[in-house]
Design a protein around this ligand. Structure first.
Ligand SMILES: CC(C)(COP(=O)(O)OP(=O)(O)OC[C@H]1O[C@@H](n2cnc3c(N)ncnc32)[C@H](O)[C@@H]1OP(=O)(O)O)[C@@H](O)C(=O)NCCC(=O)NCCS
Length: 213
């Protein structure tokens, strides 16, 4: 094949997931026997609203959007706004399903195609904690980022004092990069955040993959 054709082919391969539409083909994503990831659809807004509404006290200390969920229609808008391409970045909102139950939400807050990096955000309903759901979900999203999307770096950011959140990247062997002072505003106050990262080269060598059955 002539050189130009080859590089065009490579470029095409590289860009093949650069639209929300192309990414949609990857879902639903089976994580293991009991867990599935699906892009959140507007029809699921009532379930999403119910999950947030019944977990306000659990989520509010760490998540700045909880008070904005005032109705099903607010959840609907949230779903619509969280599935978009903007300025070379893609944002995706996925529901974590345990059978028929919506257990929580995980996001690629952004996939930054130029720098081949993604930031993962997440939360679970209180009754779904303690079963490894988020660790397994993040492990699957790291696999997806490196194996399918061709990314090089995955980041997770947690409030400094949010121990349960920090345990998720730490269990998966992410590197602690540092603390950003007063990086996030939670309603009426600022919190320090800790940035964790995993590189494709590290993940390949990691035995953390064995966490997943
Ligand atoms: C952050 C949050 C998702 C962490 O939930 P979690 O249940 O602690 O995390 P996991 O789902 O990975 O579960 C880990 C627990 O399951 C256990 N577990 C069971 N099977 C497991 C498996 N296969 N793999 C890993 N852990 C497993 C772990 O030992 C751990 O137990 P522990 O709670 O006794 O330490 C949750 O606390 C939350 O949503 N909090 C409120 C919102 C929030 O803080 N979001 C993050 C903002 S950045």
């Amino acid at each position: 094949m002539p050189k130009l054709d080859q590089s065009l082919k490579r470029a095409k391969e590289r860009r093949s997931f650069h639209s929300v539409e192309a990414l949609e083909d990857l879902f639903p994503l089976t994580i293991d026997h009991d867990l599935e990831l699906k892009l959140l659809e507007r029809t699921q807004a009532p379930k999403l609203f119910k999950l947030v509404d019944s977990n306000r006290a659990h989520l509010r200390p760490w998540l700045p959007f909880v008070d904005d969920y005032r109705s099903v229609s607010a959840a609907n808008q949230f779903i619509r706004r969280n599935r978009e391409n903007h300025a070379g970045k893609t944002r995706l909102l996925m529901g974590i399903w345990l059978g028929e139950s919506l257990a929580g939400v995980v996001t690629y807050d952004y996939i930054d195609w130029d720098n081949r990096a993604a930031l993962i955000g997440f939360w679970l309903g209180k009754s779904f904690e303690g079963r490894g759901i988020m660790t397994r979900t993040c492990s699957a999203l790291v696999d997806l980022a490196f194996d399918e999307l061709g990314l090089n770096r995955v980041e997770i950011s947690c409030a400094y004092e949010n121990t349960r959140c920090r345990m998720v990247p730490e269990r998966l062997g992410f590197k602690h990069e540092g603390v950003s002072r007063q990086r996030e505003r939670i309603y009426d106050h600022f919190v320090d955040t800790v940035r964790y990262s995993m590189l494709a080269s590290e993940w390949k060598k990691s035995d953390r993959l064995t966490l997943r059955p």
